[in-house]
Design a protein. Structure first.
Length: 172
């Protein structure tokens, strides 16, 4: 029999404080595998989301839908503090035709007007970057903003063109 255990807390630290049994720790600690949070591996988010959408569609008897690139870009740009569980919930909501962000997480129905406008602006910029293959010159041309303004907005919204899509050409 094999036993696989995971933890979000520092078990070594808890053992040192006497808050976790040392003998149990050593029984479980045969090998360690660190899986970074989604915020540290944004390139995995679109692939994971597609798989979670397939699973949710099968579970709910819905057609296998393909999320648009702008949605995948917006997903990759989010922090995902709830990691895969939060991403799974977003996939479930999307498959069911609901807002993929719950109200508690800043969905369209939540928050002040300024927050909702900022979220909308962020999604538009993320979609434009994804559509341009990561090249920024077409983005600031299409959106009608200066290069400086685009960079400022990308920084404000935590957008990284390299995480949103693979650039085809050189640097802008």
């Amino acid at each position: 029999m094999r036993f696989i255990a995971t933890s979000k807390v520092d078990l070594v630290g808890l053992v040192a404080k006497g808050q976790f049994r040392e003998d149990l720790y050593w029984r479980l600690a045969v090998t360690h595998l660190r899986l970074p949070p989604l915020a540290e591996r944004r390139e995995d988010i679109p692939v994971l989301f597609l798989q979670l959408v397939r699973e949710a569609a099968a579970r709910h008897g819905r057609p296998d839908l393909s999320p648009p690139p702008e949605l995948l870009a917006d997903l990759a740009a989010r922090a995902w503090p709830g990691n895969v569980r939060e991403l799974r919930n977003a996939a479930e909501r999307w498959v069911l035709g609901l807002d993929w962000l719950s109200a508690e997480e800043g969905g369209a129905a939540a928050g002040r007007l300024a927050d909702r406008v900022a979220a909308f602006e962020r999604s538009i910029i993320a979609a434009a970057i994804a559509a341009s293959g990561g090249r920024l010159k077409p983005v600031y041309g299409t959106l009608g903003v200066s290069r400086k303004t685009l960079y400022e907005k990308m920084q404000r919204h935590g957008l990284d063109r390299h995480l949103l899509s693979e650039p085809e050409g050189g640097e802008d």
